[in-house]
Design a protein around this ligand. Structure first.
Ligand code: PLP
Length: 287
């Protein structure tokens, strides 16, 4: 495996960053997780646009044009010869001093890792996830808006730890007003009476590229979707629930906090959208 680091390729074992990198010291940076399906990078442009938006919001200047970075990503995929892969794109503030001030960081560190995909086991796609809600809250949008995909992922890590401790593979975060925000690394949809609901961005969730793809699919397939806030109660009494994300794709949820969702099996809309999404990723996103 080859890792792209600021224009050079290094072997995985030699791909190391400085302990003075502010990404390491302070979580100062942004990132993206992107999939390669059958040699095609899925919605690369959208991921890059989100990366540049995240960087702009934290005043991090990416020293390449979006076209250059697009080329670099495609080249990194080619160089690694993986047909199906997961790409991790990281831009950190770079090497600096032991103080918060990013003015001391001369050059951002750009990293492109191309690796195997780690998805949920197939069994969980067939049977659906049993999940919980956890005490960790999503901050509602402020300066560090959850729409920024920053290297500060402690909220999400705590959610994952709380899920692990409860023996489940994913969990939901509420925002500080008690509305359902998202999973540790996925967006959420529920269905009730044939209508789909997903929290709007202002509740405190990432503007997921998979979520967008599902909204497009719903539009094309004639499913009505309402972007509106909902509570845990609405999830408990939903007919269906599913999560969306680059790594997870579309995965049904069949139990939340011990309450079976619908009849406790992956619902028909979730299954349909998962099937359509799988079709989409094999023909869409060619770069
Ligand atoms: N929410 C969070 C916090 C995430 O980290 C991710 C993953 O990137 C998502 C949602 C899903 O977004 P996407 O579909 O762009 O992967």
């Amino acid at each position: 495996r080859w890792v792209y680091m600021n224009g050079e390729y290094r072997r995985k074992a030699e791909a190391t960053v400085s302990v003075f990198d502010h990404g390491f010291l302070y979580g100062d940076g942004v990132f993206e997780g992107i999939r390669v399906y059958e040699g095609n990078v899925f919605r690369l442009r959208e991921h890059l646009e989100r990366l540049y938006d995240s960087a702009k919001s934290i005043l991090l200047n990416i020293p390449h044009s979006i076209d250059e970075l697009e080329e670099a990503v495609v080249e990194a995929v080619r160089k690694n010869g993986l047909y199906n892969a997961y790409i991790r794109l990281v831009v950190s503030r770079g090497k600096g001093e032991l103080c918060l001030d990013p003015a001391k960081c001369a050059d951002p560190q750009m990293i492109i890792i191309v690796d195997q995909v780690k998805m949920f086991p197939q069994k969980l796609y067939d049977q659906g996830l049993k999940i919980i809600t956890v005490p960790t809250r999503r901050n509602i949008p402020d300066a560090l808006n959850p729409k920024i995909k920053s290297l500060n992922y402690l909220n999400n890590i705590l959610v994952k730890i709380e899920a692990n401790q409860a023996g489940v593979s994913e969990a939901l975060m509420l925002n500080s007003d008690g509305y359902v925000a998202e999973g540790s690394g996925d967006n959420i949809f529920i269905a009730k009476g044939g209508i789909l609901y997903t929290p709007p961005g202002y509740v405190g969730a990432l503007d997921g590229i998979t979520r967008r793809a599902i909204l497009d699919l719903c539009d094309r397939l004639g499913y009505e979707v309402k972007e509106q806030p909902f509570t845990r109660h609405d999830v408990y009494i939903a007919d269906e629930c599913f999560l969306t994300g680059t790594a997870a794709e579309v995965i049904a949820v069949v139990e939340v906090d011990g309450r079976p969702i619908g009849n406790g099996q992956p619902g028909s809309i979730s299954r349909h959208l998962r099937k359509e999404f799988r079709k989409l990723v094999t023909v869409d996103g060619v770069q």
